[in-house]
Design a protein around this ligand. Structure first.
Ligand code: PLP
Ligand SMILES: N[C@@H](CCOP(=O)(O)O)C(=O)O
Length: 468
């Protein structure tokens, strides 16, 4: 399988190449040249596979020509060995026909582990094979950072620098990142928002000298491998509900648009998905786009669901590329104009195509707490604020006879303040994190300035390489 950029300039590249490259050189995002297809019979045969084997089967079509199926099976078995639930991503029926797909049973208690644990294995495999070293720089609004740190800590092949927006994550999220002491990890609190952190990462990719100097790589969902590794749980859930002989719908709390894009990708591969519904908090740029063709940037507002405090949803570019019939030039021009003007409206026919596929719902903080309270009182289901937004969005789009599967993206214990406020319950951290608040933190605070952040990364690499 070969990959091309949404902005058209980059050369076609293999899966292993784009895994390490992260972002295309023209600033676009890599997409598979064609959508792999499974027949109904092939989907049915996947029903009997364990989660790791199913993940390997799905990944094998994207990694074709780079990594073979037996190797992927070994890597997937290792990736999911540390999950605390035997089903890896269990389904819980919260209300009649409304299912919570719990994606938070990995080591850092958020859906990011589902892909990041596998990326950890994929990077080790490809870097060992190529005898190469890279530096991963990632942006996080709270969960990607800790998942990446957990997946890559102690690796002899790479260093990881994570930029988080100062004071805008939960305390649990920050401590999960900043209490990890491995030499190859650097945490930087940036005086800005998540969007600033993400822009800094993209600016580092655009700085060719710096990019080459440190062998820059990415593990945010701008990296296609992240999306590919998020597809299997949608497939698994749909198969459990009777697909391909029955349609299902998905609802996903959304920020950077990566998770719901994986569900959409599964439908492009032939999985019978009826509706996709996104939930957002008051940072509702995507909801506004889907309800009124208005993608206009506003200031990022803090909310009870901080991981979705995002205005610039990177993966929307991948959907736009498809909506524009893969016209890379039109995609590039639209994205550049969006960044210049802070506004995007698309041709009404293009917008209609998005609306035909996606529904959307916005919940502000008050409505989020009310939803958490209702879920607790009616169903004894303790949801974190992000998952609660997804469940409300899913309920809105439910249709008789069609299972609605909602991505539950974080463990309630990551957001104890909101959970306590909504339900009066104090959600406990699992034993491996029970002493999180007594661990010592280590991080730098830096202004939102590219040169300063690049220098921090350089200093860290010099110190780390020195020690190694
Ligand atoms: C807990 C949680 N829920 C939802 C989201 C939104 O997911 P995405 O950015 O893939 O849309 C995030 C962050 O990505 C998250 O950490
Ligand atoms: N919510 C995310 C933001 C980054 O998303 P990603 O999927 O692109 O890595 C976070 O928690 O960091």
């Amino acid at each position: 399988m070969q990959y091309r950029s949404t902005r058209g300039d980059a050369q076609p590249r293999s899966f292993s190449d784009i895994l390490l490259a992260g972002l295309a050189e023209d600033g676009g995002l890599y997409m598979p040249e064609t959508w792999p297809q499974f027949t109904p019979q092939e989907w049915r045969e996947m029903r009997k596979l364990s989660y790791p084997d199913l993940a390997a089967r799905i990944l094998s079509v994207f990694a074709e020509g780079s990594i073979d199926l037996p190797t992927l099976q070994t890597l997937c078995a290792r990736a999911y060995a540390g999950f605390s639930h035997a089903a890896i991503a269990p389904l819980v029926e919260v209300e009649n026909g409304l299912f919570s797909m719990e994606l938070f049973h990995g080591p850092t208690l958020a859906f990011k582990d589902m892909a990041m644990q596998l990326l950890g294995q994929l990077f080790e495999h490809v870097l060992t094979e190529r005898n190469q070293r890279v530096t991963i720089v990632g942006a996080t609004s709270g969960d990607t950072g800790s998942a990446a740190i957990e997946a890559f800590r102690g690796s002899p092949h790479l260093s990881v620098a994570i930029l988080h927006p100062m004071g805008r994550t939960s305390d649990v999220q920050r401590r999960q990142m900043t209490t990890v002491k491995d030499d190859n990890i650097l945490n930087i609190a940036v005086e800005g928002t998540f969007d600033d952190c993400q822009d800094l990462v993209k600016a580092m990719f655009a700085d060719t000298q710096f990019r080459n100097e440190i062998n820059l790589s990415a593990v945010n969902s701008i990296n296609w491998a992240r999306i590919a590794a998020q597809i299997p749980y949608y497939v698994r859930a749909a198969l459990m509900m009777g697909a391909p002989d029955r349609e299902v719908s998905f609802a996903v709390p959304t920020g950077n648009f990566g998770n719901v894009l994986a569900a959409w990708a599964a439908s492009k591969m032939g999985l019978p998905v009826r509706r996709l519904c996104i939930g957002s908090n008051r940072n509702d740029i995507l909801t506004r786009f889907l309800t009124s063709n208005d993608m206009s940037m506003r200031a990022v507002e803090p909310s009870y669901s901080p991981s979705m405090d995002i205005q610039i949803s990177s993966n929307f570019e991948r959907l736009l590329f498809e909506l524009l019939d893969r016209d890379a030039e039109a995609c590039r021009n639209t994205m550049l104009a969006f960044r210049q003007t802070g506004r995007m409206t698309v041709d009404p026919a293009v917008w209609q195509r998005a609306k035909d596929r996606f529904g959307a719902l916005m919940l502000d903080d008050e409505a989020t707490l009310a939803e958490m309270q209702t879920l607790w009182e009616r169903s004894l289901y303790l949801a974190d604020p992000h998952s609660a937004i997804g469940l409300a969005a899913g309920r809105q789009e439910q249709e008789p006879g069609i299972p609605m599967i909602v991505a539950a993206t974080a463990h309630p214990a990551k957001f104890p303040d909101a959970v306590r406020r909504a339900t009066g319950i104090d959600p406990a951290l699992p034993p491996h994190l029970a002493d999180l608040f007594t661990r010592e933190e280590r991080y730098e605070t830096q202004p939102n300035e590219l040169n300063i952040i690049e220098d921090s990364v350089r200093r860290h690499l010099a110190g780390h390489t020195h020690k190694a």
